[in-house]
Design a protein around this ligand. Structure first.
Ligand code: C2O
Ligand code: CU
Length: 466
């Protein structure tokens, strides 16, 4: 029988239209105020790029004088740990020609950056791993100005621990006139008796607890990092926690420091940093005003663990300079989403573990199970979604979602209004955390715990935005 191609074509057009229509069914009334508040909270699209910034990045083994000059065998981007800080401006296209000179396969994930899904570096989901000796070109136009970072997204518990991480700073079109812009990459290392990185990764103890916590803490690869400034300066200090499992709660020793951005995104108003828990994956941008006179030395101390310890020092030296006077950058459009409490969760994830798998323990996201790379929760594009994480364990789980930002809506059922977006939120022992988001970037995005040993043992699934 002859086939009527026109009629078939008509059918295809009809099906496509129906799919498009079904995906844009109007939101229910209770969602509308949330969506109205979200409008313009962050850009849906990137601007048309007016320039391209090209970078070469090589991952390779190296021996570096880290940790106070000791020769440390690491894996490094461009022969440095931390890797290079890539600085671009919003509106520029970023092209990174990557070469894998490691003995193992790897990828690069651009943590927090809303990249096209195929550039997300999630091995086995958005791209096959880059083999040893292979190359891959990452290309994207950042939509948001802020502090981001990059790291492998395969065997991360070993690859990140060995030193593979770097910072991506996306500057505003007109950067606020801080007198100095400084990056502090905070990490910890577990060294063995010979002073080298302890090669036993994913130990039963680390897997069963909060991941691999090291015995040496560094800022920018140094145990005694000192930031020397002039009195009166106003510093933009960008902190990134690249540790596998360690959480930091920094005490600013009386410095005038205020949070202006969390996870890259400007806060609604500057926030007091006291008590902020910087968990693996998180970033903080601080607006630090160095006094023109008086105190001239501040020891920044970690107080997350029972035994406080110094992390780095800031010292003011020389003649005072005039303090730049300008309003701290903010994003007044960060929604409060008070009505979100009434909305039922789109999906509930129980955070728990069971025996089994290659490590003897598997971490998982409830019904999705361990390593649920091919299980996706559908999140309609441009609609409000609420995810609930119920921690059924006594361990820490910093939950991270790729490709979008979310707000913490409630902890243990009590509404909270953090005046900022996040891409990673710490879920404490036996705690329930609700987060809300409006995904606008289509694709299959990873959702996982950023304790890298938990991720390695399965605490990873995906959401599908379309
Ligand atoms: Cu920084 Cu999927 O991670
Ligand atoms: Cu976890």
């Amino acid at each position: 029988m002859p086939v009527d191609h026109r009629r078939q074509g008509g059918l295809v057009v009809f099906v496509v239209l129906c799919l498009a229509a079904c995906a844009t069914t109007p939101p229910p009334p209770e969602e509308r105020p949330l969506l109205a508040e979200f409008a313009n909270a962050y850009p849906a699209k990137s601007v048309r790029p007016d320039a391209t910034r090209e970078f070469e990045l090589v991952a390779a083994p190296a021996t570096l004088p880290l940790l106070d000059g000791r020769a440390l065998r690491v894996w490094a981007y461009d022969g440095q740990v931390p890797g290079p800080t890539l600085r671009v401006r919003v509106g520029e296209r970023v092209r990174v020609a990557f070469t894998n000179a490691l003995p193992v396969e790897t990828t690069i994930h651009w943590h927090g950056v809303r990249v096209p899904n195929v550039m997300d570096g999630a091995a086995g989901v958005t791209q096959p791993p880059v083999p040893s000796g292979g190359r891959f070109v990452y290309e994207f136009v950042p939509k948001d100005a802020g502090t981001f970072w990059f790291h492998p997204h395969i065997r991360s518990s070993e690859q990140v621990e060995r030193g593979l991480y770097g910072v991506l700073v996306v500057e505003d079109r007109e950067p606020p006139p801080y007198s100095r812009d400084v990056v502090w990459v905070v990490d910890d290392w577990r060294l063995a008796g010979d002073g080298q990185i302890d090669p036993s990764f994913n130990t039963p103890h680390d897997l069963a607890h909060d991941g691999r916590w090291g015995n040496v803490v560094t800022v920018n690869g140094r145990t005694a990092e000192e930031l020397v400034v002039r009195p009166g300066e106003r510093v933009r200090l960008r902190l990134v926690n690249t540790a596998n499992g360690r959480v930091f709660r920094l005490d600013w020793a009386g410095l005038d420091a205020r949070i202006i951005a969390v996870d890259g995104m400007y806060a609604r108003a500057p926030v007091d940093p006291t008590g902020f828990e910087l968990s693996p994956g998180n970033r903080l941008d601080l607006d630090v005003r160095i006094p023109a006179a008086g105190a001239d030395r501040w020891v920044v101390t970690d107080r997350f663990t029972r035994q406080p310890f110094p992390v780095a020092t800031i010292r003011a030296v020389g003649e005072p300079v005039a303090t730049p006077d300008f309003p701290a950058p903010t994003n007044a459009r960060v929604p409060a989403w008070r009505e979100a409490a009434a909305i039922a969760p789109t999906k509930e994830y129980a955070l728990n573990a069971r025996q089994g798998g290659p490590f003897g323990i598997e971490w998982m996201l409830g019904d999705d199970g361990p390593h649920a790379h091919h299980t996706a929760t559908f999140l309609p594009r441009g609609r409000f979604a609420k995810l609930r994480f119920t921690n059924e364990t006594y361990r820490l789980h910093p939950m991270h979602v790729h490709g979008m930002f979310f707000k913490v809506l409630a902890r243990n059922g009590t509404p909270v209004d953090e005046p900022f977006w996040r891409d990673t939120a710490l879920v404490h022992a036996r705690e329930t955390v609700d987060v809300g988001m409006v995904p606008v970037d289509a694709g299959r995005w990873m959702l996982h715990c950023h304790v890298l040993e938990h991720q390695e043992a399965g605490m990873m699934t995906t959401v599908e935005v379309r």
